[in-house]
Design a binder for this molecule. Structure first.
Ligand SMILES: Cc1cc2nc3c(=O)[nH]c(=O)nc-3n(C[C@H](O)[C@H](O)[C@H](O)COP(=O)(O)O)c2cc1C
Length: 311
């Protein structure tokens, strides 16, 4: 499956495992890359040596390429980039900030960079500074979403019409149908987060995985719309954060509340903020990463063939 995104990633399929803070470490990233996708270690929340150790762990588990994700606004963004370069990482994804801050060093080091964007304007800016591809994420997605809450279905074609660099679609993709739909909109790659949470290799607690399996189409909400919007599974904690946000609490107050409730047991599904996208409603079983990718490739091929007969 050769296209511009697979070429940038160096992977067999243009499927990126979205970085997930303090969740996607070396082991799952390696599993995804071994299966033909592109695994990504989240650097968010990892101090330098821990990040280096996770990169080395992934390297020990696969000789296929994998990447790291750097949220640009974080104070350790430049340090994470230097570690990636030192450790021989060839492709990174960046998010939450101005890609212009890293691009000079990225080009100097000869590595490839894909920037996460949530609007057409952000995509244009990323292309303007020299980023090689954008990952356009719609508001269906899990974790932090764009303030304007633009859905994937409308965001992707508008980004595709605006930039010349390849576009990876993210937000709401969980199977071969979603993959083909994204390609129909002009995307040349897909990134999934939530679908990878419900895999055997993912390190989150069983209760979190079960909550994803139990979620219905309306099972998530965007908490903290005024602060830092984040899509999470709907539970007591999510509703409390939404109320705090709507009553004008600062982001610091919200963070303090989240920290305080997060100390409970792993089995507690109500008093924890658990990021997940609307695609949770579609996820019915825990699979291995390998099963998931093989299933998606087979389903995407079938769906695309059947569509060919219709049109
Ligand atoms: C638990 C969780 C944590 C996330 N952490 C990050 C992160 O650290 N950096 C980032 O760029 N995106 C992060 N994301 C977004 C994902 O990488 C991905 O773009 C998103 O999940 C795609 O939408 P989907 O969940 O519908 O597949 C996170 C998403 C989730 C669900």
């Amino acid at each position: 499956m050769k296209n511009r995104v697979a070429e940038i990633l160096g992977s067999e399929y243009p499927i990126i495992q979205g970085a997930m803070r303090l969740i996607t470490m070396g082991e799952i990233a390696a599993a995804v890359s071994r299966s033909g996708g592109f695994g990504v270690i989240a650097s968010s929340g990892l101090e330098g040596e821990r990040l280096r150790a996770e990169i080395r762990k992934a390297r020990s588990l696969t000789d296929k390429p994998f990447g790291i994700n750097i949220p640009i606004y974080r104070p350790n963004a430049l340090e994470a980039l230097e570690i990636a370069i030192e450790e021989g990482v060839k492709t990174i994804t960046t998010s939450a900030g101005d890609p212009g801050k890293l691009i000079k060093r990225v080009k100097e080091a000869g590595i490839r960079m894909l920037q996460v964007v949530a609007t057409v304007e952000m995509a244009k800016k990323a292309e303007g500074v020299g980023v090689e591809a954008v990952i356009a994420i719609g508001a269906e997605g899990g974790g932090h979403v764009g303030r304007d809450e633009i859905a994937t279905m409308v965001l992707i074609p508008q980004v595709v019409d605006t930039v010349k660099i390849p576009v990876v679609a993210a937000g709401g993709i969980g199977d071969g149908r979603g993959w083909v739909a994204a390609f129909a909109l002009g995307a040349e790659g897909i990134q999934m987060g939530t679908r990878f949470l419900a895999t055997k290799e993912c390190s989150i607690p069983i209760a979190y995985k079960q909550a994803i399996l139990d979620a219905k189409d309306h099972g998530t909400l965007i908490a903290a719309r005024q602060g830092y919007p984040i899509r999470v599974l709907k539970n007591k904690a999510a509703l409390a954060v939404r109320n705090l946000d709507e009553s004008g609490a600062s982001q610091n107050e919200i963070n303090a509340y989240v920290d305080a409730i997060s100390k409970g047991s792993d089995d507690d599904r109500e008093n924890k903020l658990m990021s997940a996208g609307q695609v949770a409603g579609l996820i019915q079983r825990i699979m291995t990463v390998d099963e998931l990718i093989l299933d998606m490739v087979a389903e995407a091929r079938k769906v695309a063939q059947n569509l060919g007969k219709t049109f």
